[in-house]
Every structure is written in C-alpha cells, then in structure tokens.
Design a protein around this ligand. Structure first.
Ligand code: ADP
Length: 182
C-alpha cells in the first residue's frame, strides 16, 4: 500500500501450521467484524501464482512477486473503500510488515491436529512434517522474526469454544484499534 492512503480499518493476518483453523477463523472474523477475507491459498490457486514445480516435494513453487502484486492491489482497494482485511496463510514472512496491524498465530495440540490432518487426507509424510512444524512452533518463530512482537498474538485453536473466544478477542482488539486510529 502506498503511504498516501492512510488506513482507518485494521488489517489482520491469521497464520499457523496447516489444519490449525486459519480459514474457518478468518472467515468468522470477517463476518463478525465486517472485514474482507483474503484466503491467500485460494488466490494462489485461482491466479496460478506458480513459478514451476518442485519434483522432490511434489508441490508448486510459489511465484511470490505475482502473489504480492495481486495482494497489494486488493489491500490498496480495500483501504480506499475503507474496509479492513483478514488474510489467512500458513506462512507470514513473505508479506511486507506494513500490511498488517495484528498477527494471530493459531496453535493446536498434536493429537487434535493429527486427527484434522488425517481427515484432510494427508499422507503419513506430509502429516508428520506438519505435526513436527507445529511442535517446533515454526510459524510462531517466523512471526516473531518478521513482525513487531507487540502485534503477534499466539492463540489456542483446539475447540469451537476457543475459536469463538479468539474471534471475540479479535473483535475487541479491532474496536480499540479503530478508536486509537480515528
Ligand atoms: P487451516 O486453514 O489452518 O488449514 P481450516 O480452517 O481449514 O485450517 O480447519 C481445518 C479443519 O479443522 C476444519 O474442518 C475446521 O472446521 C476444523 N477446525 C479448525 N479450527 C477448529 C477449532 N478451533 N475447533 C474445532 N474445529 C476446528
């Protein structure tokens, strides 16, 4: 976003290991707080933000420049329309720091995440890699390294009640942000 458009609504990023509940939480936050939900994984697929294929990992290689250009345009438009965004993605270091005012890192216990990833149809290797990443708090460390620690919030996401609590906290935080930035 260029500096000319000063935002009056907050931008939130929901991040964490696959399966922790980023997409469902972000959708709920968007609905309750009147923010625009940006599902980054969907944008990547929809616009084919790929820069080749990694044969060993059997995944597409992300075209970061293309993704960031698309997101920049979306975020800029939302700022002009005076709408905040809530984006969700399993990584956070690639985004410019200035885009976000709050980074929510969702965390899930190993047994719960095991069941969610099994239900999602992940094979043993992919499931183990993701469980290990969650145990090693890879995304939380990434968030702490990439953003001001004051805006990074680690939240539990094992149950529906915890999800509701997280959305509520987010709502209270956003209301305060709007007051502080009026
Ligand atoms: P992510 O976007 O992090 O990969 P999803 O939002 O797709 O995860 O959620 C994965 C699955 O886990 C979905 O079936 C979702 O309903 C469920 N889920 C996520 N968070 C919770 C939670 N806090 N409580 C109960 N179920 C959850």
């Amino acid at each position: 976003m260029s500096d000319e458009t000063e935002r009056r609504r907050p931008n939130i990023l929901v991040t964490g290991t696959p399966g922790v509940g980023k997409t469902v939480t972000a959708a709920l936050v968007a609905e309750r707080l009147g923010l625009r939900h940006i599902n980054v994984g969907e944008i990547i697929k929809e616009h084919k933000c790929y820069d080749g294929h990694d044969e060993e990992l059997d995944t597409h290689i992300l075209d970061e420049d293309k993704l960031l250009d698309l997101m920049e345009a979306l975020i800029q438009k939302c700022a002009v329309d005076n709408v905040g965004i809530v984006a969700d993605y399993h990584s956070c270091e690639l985004f410019p720091e200035r885009w976000f005012d709050l980074i929510l890192v969702l965390r899930t216990n190993t047994d719960v995440l095991f069941d969610r990833l099994t239900e999602r149809g992940y094979n043993d290797k992919k499931r183990s890699e993701n469980l290990e990443a969650e145990i090693m708090q890879v995304v939380l460390d990434e968030a702490h390294e990439s953003y001001d620690v004051d805006i990074v919030q680690e939240l539990p996401s094992n149950t529906k009640e915890e999800m509701e609590g997280n959305v509520d906290r987010c709502r209270m935080w956003a209301e305060q942000w709007v007051k502080d930035n009026a």
